[in-house]
Design a protein around this ligand. Structure first.
Ligand code: HEC
Length: 163
C-alpha cells in the first residue's frame, strides 16, 4: 500500500515537472517574437556628475554639428556624418533623462529632455533628406532645447550655447 502511494506521488511529480517544462517551452516560444528590452536597466545608473557629462557628451554634439554645417555638406558621406551626429543627440538625450539628482528628479527635467530628444530626431530626419536650410533650422532648434533647460534650471550659472 505504502509503495503505491510513493509510486503515485512520484508519477504526479514527474507529470507536474513535464507540464511545467512544456508550458515553459511554449511560453518562451510565444513570447520570443514580441520580446522587448527589459524595462529596468541591469546596471546601477549614471556615474558622472551632470556637469562633466554635459562637457563630455552634450557640448561636443553642438561643436561637431557647428563644424559639419558651417557650409552645405558636399557628399552623401558628409550628410551621413550630420545624420549620425543628430542621432547621437537623441541618444544623449536618453542618457540625460536617466540622470539622478536635485534638478534631475523634477518633473520638468523629463519634459526638457524630451524636447532635446525630439529636436534631435527632427534634425536627423532633415539631414536624411539633405535639406541644408531646414537642417540648419533644426540644428538651431536643438541648441534652443539645450538653452531652454539651462534657462529653466539656473539662468545665472548655466551656459547659453551659441549655435
Ligand atoms: C534637461 C536639462 C538639460 C539639457 C536638455 C541640456 N543641459 Fe546642459 N546642463 C544642464 C545642467 C543641470 C547643467 C549643470 C550641471 C552642474 O553644474 O551640476 C548643464 C551644464 C552644461 C554645460 C556646462 C558644463 C560645465 O563644464 O560647466 C554645458 C557646456 C552644457 N550643459 C551643454 C549642453 C548642450 C550643448 C546641450 C544640448 C545639446 C545641453 N547642455 C542640454 C542641463 C541640461
Amino acid at each position: 500500500m505504502r509503495k503505491w502511494i510513493v509510486a503515485i506521488a512520484v508519477l504526479a511529480a514527474l507529470a507536474g515537472a513535464g507540464a511545467w517544462n512544456l508550458s515553459g517551452v511554449y511560453a518562451q516560444e510565444a513570447a520570443a517574437p514580441a520580446a522587448a528590452p527589459a524595462a529596468a536597466p541591469v546596471f546601477p545608473g549614471p556615474v558622472m556628475e551632470t556637469e562633466r557629462f554635459m562637457k563630455k557628451f552634450a557640448d561636443p554634439l553642438v561643436e561637431n554639428l557647428k563644424t559639419l554645417l558651417a557650409q552645405e555638406p558636399a557628399t552623401p558621406r558628409d550628410w551621413r556624418k550630420v545624420e549620425d551626429e543628430a542621432g547621437s543627440g537623441a541618444e544623449v538625450a536618453v542618457l540625460v533623462g536617466i540622470r539622478v539628482g536635485e534638478h534631475e528628479s523634477k518633473p520638468e527635467w523629463q519634459e526638457m529632455t524630451k524636447a532635446m530628444y525630439d529636436a534631435s530626431v527632427a534634425l536627423t530626419a532633415s539631414a536624411a533628406k539633405k535639406d541644408y536650410a531646414d537642417t540648419k533650422a533644426k540644428y538651431e532648434a536643438l541648441v534652443q532645447s539645450c538653452n531652454a533647460c539651462h534657462q529653466k534650471i539656473d539662468p545665472d550659472t548655466l551656459p547659453v550655447i551659441e549655435p
